[in-house]
Unconditional design. Structure first.
Length: 508
């Protein structure tokens, strides 16, 4: 028996009422409960919620019933991956303003696509810091002492404008917070290249959970860096391989190298420019073999190309604050709304039409998960969060009404799976859009909600396990407690359509 059927039977036994009476009181078919207890049928979540209310479960019992239900619904492996993704989205949602983390709008825009920044050249506004001493050469023991040595080296070297750092080490909150704080200081101008080790997907769900967990740090660093953090991914060897180097990780700066163990409890500081140059040369040779995980561009054509590269024809799965109306963008609409003085306008119209044509012609599911706040903003303002404001002005009321009406009809007919997130269960960062594909991996784009604006940062993780895990997560959301019922979503569309219709009639 499954954990769900076992726990549900325990709750029913503790209730002491016949199943027929529970079924009537909860509004759930008696045969459905009997079959659920035998693992012959999976109850819909609405039925599970109704049973929890009727049985008057406390919070501990409700959480346990939900946990067992989700494990039944998704399977043990997918459930574990789901929890990692939910935690990741929650952490990212807490970074509501990236400005305090160093990603000011002007700096992000200036940094986008800059070859000088990519190579570590000092920014025009960089002001040198007071010289700071490097940590002394020698062995450092204990996590606090290692963290202090790492912090001292980072602060000493980033005080020098145009510094380029090279990192190969497991990320943790302490290291990431320190780097983000340094990027938050506008007087510091430095670039960080990091080698990021992924576990091969063939190693199973535990490896996928670990790979998903890396995004907790990769995404904030990409956003906060103002275009100066470059992650390069590679696959590490099979688990259990024997290594004899007790300090396999490192931070290399222009003047020194800090070597680290796996746990961050032992380090060796070597202040030696010649040795630092050896590490730098080795990393620069290695990254040519590693696909880049993030990029920065303010060019719409480049981002449209990446959209095309990352979207298959057998399904489209996306999470963002607004519902994605891409399948309703026609060539005529693109030509109407793309600003007349846009650089290379004809090329952009063609690229947009190809991009949105692919969404119109999908042979598989079209799944868009969004927030009520984002849906209301689209209806009330006409601002499209995933398109640059200087290229596409707010759409007019008639176009908004057409989008919402078409999307509402397709959701009702199950042509499109469109769901509003329950904010108590699923946090959607208002400044990011996630698009997942099993073949192409995961794409994460900054939207207008990000203070630097759309088309500033995108992170493409080509690892298939991550793309598949995110796709499965999005695909299963409509059957979970993380989103509102379809009826509530349709009712919200009806409310907004009625408001726009009444507003349009009043203005005539």
């Amino acid at each position: 028996m499954s954990q769900f059927s076992t726990y549900l039977k325990l709750l029913l036994d503790e209730c002491g009422e016949p199943i027929a009476r529970v079924a009537r009181g909860a509004g759930v078919e008696r045969t459905s409960i009997h079959k659920a207890l035998k693992d012959e049928r999976t109850l819909p979540y609405t039925a599970v919620r109704s049973l929890a209310r009727y049985l008057q479960l406390d919070l501990v019992q409700t959480r346990e019933l939900n946990r067992c239900y989700e494990m039944l619904l998704y399977g043990d492996d997918a459930y574990g991956e789901q929890r990692v993704i939910l935690d990741l989205l929650l952490n990212l949602s807490r970074l509501e303003s990236m400005a305090g983390r160093g990603a000011t709008p002007g700096a992000a825009a200036r940094a986008a696509g800059s070859a000088a920044t990519a190579s570590g050249a000092a920014g025009p506004g960089a002001r040198p810091q007071e010289p700071a001493p490097l940590p002394a050469s020698g062995v450092v023991s204990g996590a606090p002492a290692v963290h202090e040595a790492l912090r001292a080296m980072l602060r000493a070297e980033t005080a020098r404008p145009g510094t380029v750092l090279y990192l190969y080490a497991p990320l943790d909150d302490t290291l990431v917070d320190e780097v983000m704080a340094l990027w938050g200081d506008e007087r510091r101008d430095f670039t960080l290249h990091q080698l990021v080790a992924f576990a091969p997907d063939r190693q199973g769900s535990e490896a996928r959970r670990r790979n998903l967990g890396l995004l907790k740090w990769l995404l904030p660093l990409s956003l906060a860096s103002r275009g100066r953090y470059f992650a390069h991914g590679f696959f590490e060897g099979e688990p259990g391989s024997v290594g004899v180097d007790p300090l396999p990780f490192f931070l290399a700066t222009p003047r020194a190298v800090l070597r680290l163990d796996q746990r961050g409890t032992l380090a060796h500081v070597v202040v030696d420019e010649a040795l630092a140059r050896v590490y730098r040369d080795r990393v620069e040779a290695t990254v040519t073999l590693c696909p880049p995980l993030n990029s920065y561009t303010s060019e719409p054509a480049a981002v449209l190309d990446s959209y095309m590269d990352g979207t298959g024809t057998d399904g489209y799965f996306t999470i963002m604050s607004q519902p994605c109306p891409g399948r309703y963008y026609t060539r005529e609409l693109v030509e109407r709304y793309l600003v007349p003085d846009a650089p290379h306008r004809a090329e952009l119209v063609e690229l947009c039409d190809r991009r949105f044509g692919r969404l119109r012609e999908l042979s598989g599911p079209y799944c868009t998960i969004f927030t009520e706040e984002g849906l209301r903003a689209l209806a009330h303002t006409g601002v499209l969060a995933d398109l640059p404001a200087d290229m596409v002005p707010p759409i007019d009321v008639d176009t908004r009404l057409a989008f919402l009406s078409a999307l509402r009809a397709d959701i009702a007919a199950d042509v499109v799976t469109g769901c509003m997130a329950d904010p108590g269960e699923l946090s959607i960062p208002p400044y990011l859009t996630f698009t997942a594909d099993a073949a192409y991996g995961l794409h994460v784009y900054a939207t207008q909600g990000f203070e630097g604006g759309a088309y500033v940062c995108n992170v493409h993780i080509a690892e298939p396990g991550i793309g598949r895990a995110f796709r499965d997560f999005i695909q299963l959301l409509p059957t979970s407690r993380c989103v509102y019922a379809k009826e509530r979503t349709l009712a919200m569309f009806d409310e907004l359509i009625a408001e726009l219709t009444a507003g349009g009639a009043a203005s005539q």
